[in-house]
Design a protein around this ligand. Structure first.
Ligand SMILES: Nc1ncnc2c1ncn2[C@@H]1O[C@H](COP(=O)(O)OP(=O)(O)OP(=O)(O)O)[C@@H](O)[C@H]1O
Ligand SMILES: [Zn+2]
Length: 512
């Protein structure tokens, strides 16, 4: 048993997650570069990362651009382009460019270490039915001793010469090692398989709970859709434009305010997207910025009070678009920001539908676009314009009706909603991993992971049950035969090893 623990830890640490990091980095001070130990690096230091180098720290690019391979963290082998302001993570490999990075985390605090820590705690996890198996195993050891003593006493009365080897056979044959291996081997294997494909389990109990899920709830932005918005409609209310301000100037104010938001929609208001690259915004100061989750953003620029967000947030009448801009309490412009369905949305939802799950979408987006977008998906219910509070209540309502829920979100701003679900899953990419509060994080950012996850949870449970069943049947059937003196000690040893090998081999089926 102990040796297996050691082995499973070894398997984990050999897996892609704990690939060793370089011990030195190229630190930059006053334009000169020196090689220093990673442990002497502190947050805020600048380091140079050259082509082909494995990155040793988490940081943000301050100069240069490159492509990195983040497969160690996400299971995704395709190179990812990284430019100024992008995050690079320890464990990823810099492929072609040369970048200077400002360090944001070292050692234990890197995303890689956090993932490792969470995977290790998982390796010790036991679901309820295998806790029972463990208790049975403990009890077995005791019973085994008592039974061997009884066997010895019995045989020493009837045939003293055979008493010793028969009781020894009983002792060996009934060793409950297969029983103890049944669960940890299965978990080690499934964990390794999932993490290699970029699915990280933060909460092991939740992984087991996946087997009871009957309803899967998705939000839209960044989950069923790509979360990459572009503006497809602009409607100006010319009479409400404040005196002395041009449309272009207003667009630049919108851009300045959206810079404070992390909502995916804010990227649709970049200077490039708004075609205002040439506008100089350096003299426009932004004050009193307030970012309101699930609603929008407000602030003050050059004595204008500006609100950008949903109709409700802006206090205007809703139409069929999703972003409203109110300046000094007057609706000035409206936008329709649209994004595309994820490539694998149709396939994944069809698969989940075939597994018999109820599928529901709850989105904060209130545009007609939101409902149209998902129109081909097998969703049982679609609700648009949902506040985070509404989503959480909705989930609790389902739970009251006895449903077990899996919430799939993009993990941005939706912590309370994720927390209210029985199991929560956040879609993300490498840089988001440590920000997430969900039980499961899909680091490779593919929706299909939801189906993979449910299939693996079911398979794991099935395999653990087979293991436990086999181990018990073996132990209980060999016991009387051994007590009767039909099993020589060497056969007992072979039997014990064989039953453990069968259990381990069965678990290995989880290593796809
Ligand atoms: N930074 C922002 N700029 C403009 N509008 C915003 C912003 N943040 C939120 N909104 C408005 O609030 C609405 C709801 O936002 P919320 O984050 O709840 O949902 P969502 O991300 O659009 O969709 P989903 O719930 O599917 O993830 C958006 O559709 C948009 O109209
Ligand atoms: Zn044994």
């Amino acid at each position: 048993m102990l040796s297996f623990r050691a082995k499973s830890k070894a398997i984990l640490s050999n897996s892609n997650l704990s690939a060793s990091l370089p011990s030195t980095v190229n630190k930059v001070t006053d334009d000169t570069e020196t090689t220093v130990l990673v442990k002497d690096i502190v947050i805020g230091d600048l380091v140079n990362i050259k082509a082909g180098e494995k990155i040793a720290i988490d940081g943000v690019i301050v100069d240069g651009q490159t492509q990195v391979n983040e497969s160690v963290l996400t299971g995704e082998f395709a190179p990812i382009r990284k430019m100024k302001h992008d995050t690079v993570l320890a464990g990823s490999v810099n492929s072609d460019g040369f970048v200077t990075v400002k360090v944001t985390a070292v050692g234990q605090d890197t995303a890689l270490s956090e993932i490792n820590a969470m995977q290790e705690s998982f390796a010790d996890f036991k679901p309820k039915y295998s806790q029972v198996a463990d208790r049975v195993a403990h009890w077995f050891v005791l019973a085994q001793l008592v039974i061997s003593v009884i066997t010895y006493v019995f045989w020493s009365q009837t045939s003293p010469a055979d008493a010793l080897w028969i009781s020894l056979s009983v002792l060996v044959a009934t060793c409950p090692c297969a029983l103890s291996l049944a669960t940890p081997t299965a978990y080690t294997c499934v964990l390794s398989t999932l993490s290699k494909s970029g699915i990280l389990i933060k909460d092991a109990i939740a992984f087991d709970r996946l087997n009871h899920i009957d309803t899967v709830i998705f939000d839209k932005t960044g989950t069923l859709s790509e979360g990459k918005f572009s503006i497809t409609k602009v409607i100006w209310e010319n009479e409400n434009i404040p005196n002395g301000v041009t449309e272009t100037k207003i667009l630049s104010y919108i851009h300045l305010l959206e810079k404070y938001s992390e909502h995916p929609i804010s990227k649709a208001f970049s200077k490039e997207a708004l075609k205002i690259d040439m506008i100089d915004t350096s003299n426009d100061k932004v004050f009193n910025v307030d970012v309101v989750m699930g609603k929008g953003i407000s602030g003050k620029i050059n004595s204008l009070n500006i609100k950008i967000g949903s109709a409700e947030f802006c206090g205007v009448e809703a139409s069929d678009v999703n972003v409203y801009v109110v300046i000094n309490d007057k609706l000035v412009v409206r936008f329709l920001a649209e994004d595309k369905l994820r490539e694998d949305a149709q396939k994944t939802l069809n698969a989940l539908n075939e597994l018999g799950k109820n599928l529901i979408m709850l989105t904060g987006d209130s545009s007609i676009h939101a409902a149209k977008l998902v129109h081909s998906l097998p969703l049982k219910e679609v609700r648009t314009g949902c506040s985070p509070k509404f989503k959480a209540n909705y989930i609790q309502e389902l739970q009251k009706q006895g449903q077990s829920t899996l919430m799939v979100g993009d993990g941005i701003n939706d912590a309370p909603v994720l927390a209210s679900s029985d199991v929560s899953l956040a879609m993300g990419d490498g840089a988001d991993i440590t920000k997430q509060v969900a039980d499961v994080i899909v680091a490779n950012n593919s929706l299909n992971a939801v189906a993979t996850l449910l299939e693996n949870a079911a398979k794991t449970r099935r395999i653990i049950k087979q293991n436990l069943y086999w181990a018990l049947v073996y132990n209980l059937s060999i016991l009387p035969v051994a007590m009767m003196g039909f099993v020589p000690p060497y056969i007992a040893v072979i039997g014990m090893s064989a039953s453990s090998i069968i259990v381990v081999s069965n678990s290995l089926r989880l290593l796809k």
